[in-house]
Structures are given as C-alpha cells and as structure tokens.
Design a protein around this ligand. Structure first.
Ligand SMILES: *Cc1c(COP(=O)(O)O)cnc(C)c1O
Length: 458
C-alpha cells in the first residue's frame, strides 16, 4: 500500500507540474488512445501498480487541463492544492457521510462547513442545509423544500399525497433561468412548460417591473450570476414583492452568490439574503474538487420534511445529512470544503473572487482593444465575445480550442453565437490572461484572413 500511494502521489505531482505548459484540450490522438482502456473485460486480475501506470500513460494525456491556469470553459474552479492533498487522505478514510453514526468526522466537517458558508455568504444565521453534488441538485433540494412549504400552507401534505390532486403551485422564473433550474422544476412534477417566465433586460437580469402578481402559492426563482453574462437579478425589489405576497424565493447562485464574500463586489449580490433558499457551488468559485454544491434554507425544517425517510436500521442522529438530501450513502464532501475554507479564511476567499473578477476585466479589455466585440458588461468573472459575423465567431471558438493555448466555450447571446470566458480558478494569473488573449487574437486574425472557405482575403 505504501508504495502504491507513493507512486500515485508522484504521478499526481508530475501531472500537476506539467499542467501549465501542456495543451489545454487533449489532442485527437490522445483521446483516441483511450480505446486501450476498453475491450472485453479481462478474465483475470492486473497488478495495482500496472493499473496506475496504464491510467497515467493513457488517461492523463486525455484529460482536459481544467485544473490548470488557462481553462476558461463553463464555470470551472481549479481544485486548491490543499483540497487535492486532503482528498488523498479522504480517499484513505473512505467515509460514508450520510450520518454521524456512520462517520463522525464526515458529518461534523459538513456541519462546520455549512456554518462557515452561511457566515461568509452573509445569509441568515439560522440557515442550514447540505452539501450535494452541485447546483443542479441544490436547485432540486431548494425547490423540493419550497414545494413542501407552499403546499403545507394550503393544508396539503405533498410528501404523503403527491401532486395529482394537489392545489396548483406557480413557478415564476426569469427568461434566462439556468437549464438546471428548469430541470429541477420538471423533476419535481410541476412541468417545465408551466413556468411563468419573466422578461429580462439586455444583461439577462429579470425585470422587476415585468413581474406578474405573486401569491402565497408562488415559488419565485431568482438568479445571482447569469451563466453567460454574470449579471444579477434585482434581488431587493424582487424579494420585497415576494415577501408582500408571502411567496417563496429560491436563489440559483451557483457562482454569483460568491460575490457576497468580496467587499468590492458584494453590492452586486445585495438583497439575496432576503430569500428563503439558496443554491451555490463549492466546486466553482470556492475551488474545491468535484463534486460539491450547497443548498441552504432559511427554515431548514422544510428541507428535512421534503427529504424525510425512515428505516429501522437508520438511527436518528440530530441533523444527519441523510435527512437533508435525496442521498443515502454519500462522499464526505465536507472534508475538502472545510479544508478550502480553513486554508483561505475570509480574506483568502474574498481575494480569490476579487482576483478572478479583475482578471476577467483584463481579458475583456485586451480583446476589446484588439478590435473585438465584448457583448456583456463585465461586472463579475464572465466575458462574452464576438469576432465579427456569426459564422466567424463560431469558427474562432473552434480554432481557439484546437490551438490549445487556452480553452473557451461557446454560447448563444441575444440570438448570436458568442465565445464565453469564465475566470474562476485560483491558478490563473495576469500572465495567463495575456497569453490567452494573445492566442485568441492570433487565431481570430488568421480566421479573418482565411475567410469561411479557407480562401485568403475574405
Ligand atoms: C453551474 C450552474 C448551475 C449548475 O450547477 P452544477 O454544479 O453544474 O450542478 C446552476 N446554475 C447556474 C447559474 C450555474 O452557473
């Protein structure tokens, strides 16, 4: 075991050392090599050291260098070094964190982490919840709690009686609601086609003046951080309207809620503390390893009621994670979350958020100065760029990914293709931004020279 773990640690360290200078996306040849890992299941065993060597030889080159400093795809935080290291120890612990009965340390680190998260995100101090796989699951949990609370007010026990004959519940969300929010609505049996979509402005913010009348059977879903533009819904006025109507407010704040931790950005996310439930990711801006999202509830008893289960062999154990999630057996996500928060402290989190925002602004300015069109107000860590007509923009995105200096994804913004840049990692530096911007502009000007059919001078 000692040799095996040493070998794994050596290979992991070597991988991370190479990461800043290798291609960000693997080459097609490296991906094709993965075939070596398949074939028929061998009839007999293979020695552990060989397993590790094979994975490293074939698997490592076929990774996306998303843990490195020039990956700007989706919204992706690189794992902080301390969390990579604690994951090694946590792997050895192999804890089942469904309950303190099964893992005292797993459950306690989750409880401590949730308290620190409530504190650093400046949410109501009585808030509590759980660590789940991501904001997809956190949106699901928040809305499940909302469903329970809103139907309980109507005298309906939804966990017992289901939705078939239940009083109707209204779901109101911005037209730019995240796809995972919409999926959570459908998983909870409301039907995504029933969502009352509220008009948004040019940055994707819900227009408070377009809000329909709310009532006490409404769940209003608002967003902290539009997944494209990084813009925030006007929480203060939306929450005030909801409070007046006794409606529930759920916040999808997967990355944007972290703005609350940085003094220079907190004003963007003002008012979100007035909501009833929040979804936020640790694997995005806190830079913990996958997979860790957080659901928090002002009144956690609604989540516990929505998730309740009982079995003779599961002893009650206070606030056990199994009572606050749809999960039973589960990883101890509290270990890396605790480690990230304990190592950064309040100021470290704020600095990381602020640094990413400043780097995003730098990225946007470089591309703007290079003559390209920045499509959003760069208020947070997200930048949207067009490189001319739609066809050229799409070609540039593909060419940037092929070039390998950095990796940026594509999206659609106001009906146009756009390159989407998200600066979310502790590892990215100003030099990485400049090097990436230069590579993008080199690729873009080549694309302009070549034109759509590869002819010069279009
Ligand atoms: C990333 C994201 C989600 C989904 O989160 P996962 O961690 O992928 O489950 C939901 N909403 C927003 C705004 C996001 O950015």
């Amino acid at each position: 075991m000692d040799e095996l773990l040493q070998d794994a640690a050596d290979r992991a360290a070597q991988y991370l050392r190479n990461l800043p200078e290798r291609r960000v996306a693997p080459s097609d040849a490296d991906v094709a090599q993965l075939a070596e890992l398949g074939g028929d299941l061998p009839s007999g065993p293979m020695p552990d050291v060989e397993i590790l060597a094979l994975l490293d030889r074939v698997g490592s080159p076929a990774t996306m260098a998303s843990a490195g400093p020039r990956y700007f795809g989706f919204v992706t935080g690189g794992a902080l070094p301390v969390t990579v290291a604690t994951n090694v120890l946590a792997g050895a612990w192999d804890q089942n964190a469904f309950s303190p009965v099964a893992s005292p340390v797993g459950a306690e680190l989750e409880r401590i982490s949730l308290g620190w998260l409530v504190d650093i995100l400046e949410l109501p101090p009585e808030s509590y919840g759980a660590l789940v796989t991501g904001s997809q699951q956190a949106n699901f949990c928040g809305l499940a709690a909302a469903r329970h609370a809103v139907l309980t007010r109507s005298g309906w026990d939804v966990e017992e009686r289901g939705l078939n004959s239940a009083p109707s519940v209204r779901i109101v969300a911005g037209a730019e609601a995240h796809a995972t929010l919409v999926r959570a609505v459908s998983l909870l049996g409301f039907g995504r086609g029933t969502i009352e979509l509220v008009e948004v402005d040019d940055q994707g913010r819900m227009r408070a003046d377009a809000l329909p009348p709310l009532d006490d059977r409404t769940v209003l879903c608002i967003q902290a951080g539009n997944v494209n533009s990084g813009a925030f819904d006007p929480a203060e006025s939306l929450c005030a309207a909801a409070r007046k109507a006794n409606a529930w407010v759920h916040v999808d704040g997967a990355f944007g809620l972290w703005a609350r931790t940085a003094p220079g950005r907190a004003h963007l996310a003002a008012g979100f503390e007035l909501a009833d439930s929040w979804a936020v990711d640790a694997h995005k801006w806190l830079n913990t390893p996958y997979d860790t999202g957080v659901v928090l509830l002002r009144q956690p008893e609604h989540l516990a009621a929505a998730m309740s289960l009982s079995a003779a062999y599961i002893p009650p154990a206070g606030r056990a994670p199994i009572d606050y999630t749809p999960e039973a057996s589960r990883r101890a996500r509290g270990i890396a979350t605790w480690a990230a928060l304990r190592s950064l402290g309040r100021s470290g989190v704020a600095d990381m958020v602020e640094r990413c925002c400043a780097l995003a602004a730098r990225f946007g300015a470089r591309l703007h100065d290079g003559g390209y069109e920045v499509l959003n107000d760069v208020v947070l860590n997200q930048v949207l760029v067009a490189f001319g007509d739609d066809e050229t923009t799409s070609r540039v995105i593909q060419a940037v990914q092929d070039d390998g200096t950095c990796w940026c994804g594509g999206t659609e913004w106001h009906g146009r293709p756009a390159m989407r840049i998200s600066v979310s990692s502790w590892a990215s530096t100003a030099a990485d931004i400049d090097r990436s911007a230069e590579a993008i502009m080199r690729v873009a000007s080549a694309a302009h020279r070549k034109g759509p059919t590869g002819r010069a001078g279009n």
